[in-house]
Design a protein. Structure first.
Length: 279
């Protein structure tokens, strides 16, 4: 699952795009308008709009750390647009010295996700191992269960593409449980699991079942993913269900293409401005 830095980046992007253009002496964008459009793009996982805003923000003069976080978010949006090679270029431009251990772990997670769809599942698994070791060695930090869920989800996708169906299933199911546990720890009755991440996990669990030839399980899992029709993998699941329904008889679901058509863009962290959030 892809992750984004949410609140701090939101503030940085709004500040960058609503400041005054020194060359023209005028306000760039109205804060209220930008805040609403940016929020709507995040809630819809509209990666095209998000990528445009991140690119514009990166043209401004930003604090070093903010620039790295926005660049990671840009890579997330590019993955959502299936521009994986460009996403990897952005991730590899990030200066890790500016980031905390959990932020580097999220960077490793997102890089692993990108590598999967560039046909490098083994390298992706190595990146995820590095992320786990980094978090395990961060003795002074509190391990964010939602970040842990993102890593588990990405590992599941990587294992699936590496041919380990059992391992993929375990990791994806673990990611669903970790997300639920992370939400429960927020002590906020309005906090809910992110539908985009949840739909993606059920989608790939459906693909695990399809590759095993268990079409009943595949259908049930795809239906769970399709229950969020406004997010990318909810829409993909609806398409896969239509293909399954069109089959003349027992058979296999059509194989999922290697390139992903959508990615996570929803919030994942806590309420503090330095929190990690995750698309």
């Amino acid at each position: 699952m892809l992750g984004i830095f949410f609140l701090l980046v939101w503030v940085s992007v709004i500040a960058a795009l609503t400041g005054h253009d020194r060359n023209r002496g005028r306000l760039l964008l109205a804060p209220g308008y930008l805040d609403e459009e940016f929020h709507n793009a995040l809630s819809r996982s509209d990666h095209g709009v998000l990528a445009r805003y991140y690119r514009v923000a990166l043209k401004r003069t930003l604090p070093a750390r903010d620039e790295q976080l926005i660049r990671i978010n840009l890579a997330c949006a590019l993955n959502g647009l299936a521009e994986h090679a460009q996403a990897l270029e952005e991730l590899d431009r990030v200066s890790l010295q500016q980031l905390s251990p959990p932020e580097v772990a999220l960077w490793l997670n997102n890089r692993a996700y990108t590598l999967v769809f560039l046909g490098q599942a083994a390298d992706a698994l190595d990146n995820l191992k590095d992320a786990d070791e980094l978090l395990a060695g961060d003795e002074g930090g509190v391990r964010d269960p939602l970040l842990t869920a993102c890593i588990s989800g990405t590992r599941g996708i990587a294992l699936l593409h590496h041919g380990d169906l059992d391992g993929a299933e375990r990791s994806l199911e673990l990611a669903l449980r970790q997300e639920e546990e992370g939400v429960a720890r927020q002590f906020d009755p309005e906090w809910q699991s992110d539908p985009a991440r949840t739909a993606e996990r059920w989608f790939w669990l459906g693909e695990v079942a399809r590759r095993r030839g268990d079409l009943t399980a595949a259908r049930l899992r795809l239906e769970r993913a399709a229950s969020s029709p406004t997010v990318p993998f909810g829409r993909r699941a609806r398409g896969s269900l239509g293909e399954l329904a069109a089959l003349p008889g027992p058979g296999a679901l059509p194989a999922v293409a290697g390139a992903v058509n959508g990615a996570m863009g929803g919030p994942m962290g806590n309420s503090e401005s330095e929190a990690l959030k995750r698309s």
